[in-house]
Write a protein that binds this ligand. Structure first.
Ligand code: HEC
Length: 136
C-alpha cells in the first residue's frame, strides 16, 4: 500500500512538472533588481512591445531578470530563441522578433549608459552552481 502511494506521488510529480513546463525557480542576482522601467520616451511601438514583453517573459521567472541583464546583440538573439524554445513558452516567431528589437533598443537607451548597474549573462555552469547552492 505504502509503495503504491509512493509510486502515485512520483507519477503525479512528473505529470505536474510536465504541465507547468520549465519554470525557473533558481534565484539569479539580476532577479533582485527593479521589475519596472520608465518607457515614456521609448515611442509608441516600443511602449506596446514593452507590455507584451512583460507578459510573455515573466511566465517562468520575474521580469526583473531580463530587465537587469545586459547582453550583446548576438547574445540576446540566441537567448530570445532559447526562451522561445522552452516548453510552454507561448512566444511565437513574430513576438520573439519584436521582443528582441525592444531588448536591443533598451540596451542602447538605458543599459549601455550605466552598464555597472546591470548583470552580464551567466553561463550555464554558473546557473547550475546557483541551483545547487539553493538546494535545487
Ligand atoms: C517557458 C519558461 C520561460 C519563459 C517563457 C522565458 N524564460 Fe527566461 N529563463 C527560463 C529559465 C528556465 C532560465 C534559466 C536558464 C535556462 O534554463 O535557460 C531563464 C533564464 C533567463 C535569463 C538569464 C540569463 C543569464 O544567463 O543570466 C534571461 C535574461 C531570460 N531568461 C530572459 C527571458 C526573456 C527575454 C524572455 C521572453 C522572451 C524569457 N526569458 C522567457 C525560462 C523561461
Amino acid at each position: 500500500m505504502k509503495a503504491k502511494s509512493r509510486t502515485l506521488s512520483i507519477t503525479l510529480l512528473i505529470l505536474v512538472r510536465g504541465l507547468i513546463g520549465q519554470v525557473s525557480t533558481v534565484q539569479l542576482p539580476q532577479d533582485k533588481g527593479p521589475d519596472k522601467i520608465n518607457v515614456a520616451a521609448y515611442g509608441e511601438t516600443f511602449q506596446k512591445t514593452y507590455g507584451m514583453f512583460r507578459q510573455k517573459c515573466s511566465k517562468c521567472h520575474t521580469i526583473a531578470r531580463p530587465l537587469n541583464t545586459t547582453m550583446t546583440r548576438s547574445e540576446w538573439e540566441r537567448y530570445v530563441k532559447r526562451m522561445m524554445h522552452k516548453p510552454n513558452s507561448e512566444i511565437n516567431q513574430a513576438q520573439g522578433k519584436e521582443i528582441f528589437e525592444f531588448l536591443l533598443y533598451d540596451e542602447a537607451e538605458r543599459k549601455s549608459k550605466n552598464p555597472k548597474a546591470f548583470f552580464p549573462a551567466l553561463s550555464d555552469e554558473e546557473i547550475e552552481r546557483l541551483q545547487q547552492q539553493q538546494g535545487q
